[in-house]
Design a protein around this ligand. Structure first.
Ligand code: HEC
Length: 111
């Protein structure tokens, strides 16, 4: 009997640990969008670009940039704006490779 009780105890313990984790697994897709939005806020892209209704007009509106430009173009543009448009006022992106990937995936999904 004692062995069964211990097994039940562990089964319940594992269940109790797993249940609170579930929302994190389910919402991890939405998080990609949130962190791209956070990077955009942090790097002040809206100083020059309108994105989904908010921001400046120095550069083009990025709300549907994925319909005009592919991921490769966007990545090159972020890393070295002058290589795409000599004399560009846009500063090159300074951040981690992971942040760059999130940003590129997000922007190219805007169609
Ligand atoms: C100082 C103003 C400025 C800032 C800040 C800026 N940009 Fe730009 N961006 C521009 C301008 C101007 C262009 C138009 C092309 C050119 O002259 O480089 C442009 C072009 C782009 C393009 C290409 C759009 C197209 O349709 O070809 C993308 C993508 C882009 N910017 C993303 C960003 C992101 C993401 C950030 C923030 C990390 C950012 N920009 C910050 C000024 C800026």
């Amino acid at each position: 009997m004692g062995v069964f009780r211990i097994r039940w105890f562990f089964a319940l313990l594992m269940f109790g640990l797993f249940l609170p984790m579930k929302p994190f697994v389910r919402f991890s897709m939405a998080e990609t969008k949130i962190s791209a939005e956070e990077i955009i806020e942090e790097r002040n892209c809206r100083r020059c670009h309108t994105l989904l209704g908010k921001g400046g007009e120095v550069g083009p509106d990025l709300s549907e940039v994925g319909a005009r430009r592919d991921a490769e173009f966007i990545k090159k543009k972020l890393l070295n704006p002058k290589s795409m448009h000599p004399g560009s006022a846009m500063p090159p992106f300074r951040g981690t490779e992971a942040e760059l990937d999130i940003l590129v995936a997000y922007l190219s999904s805007l169609k």
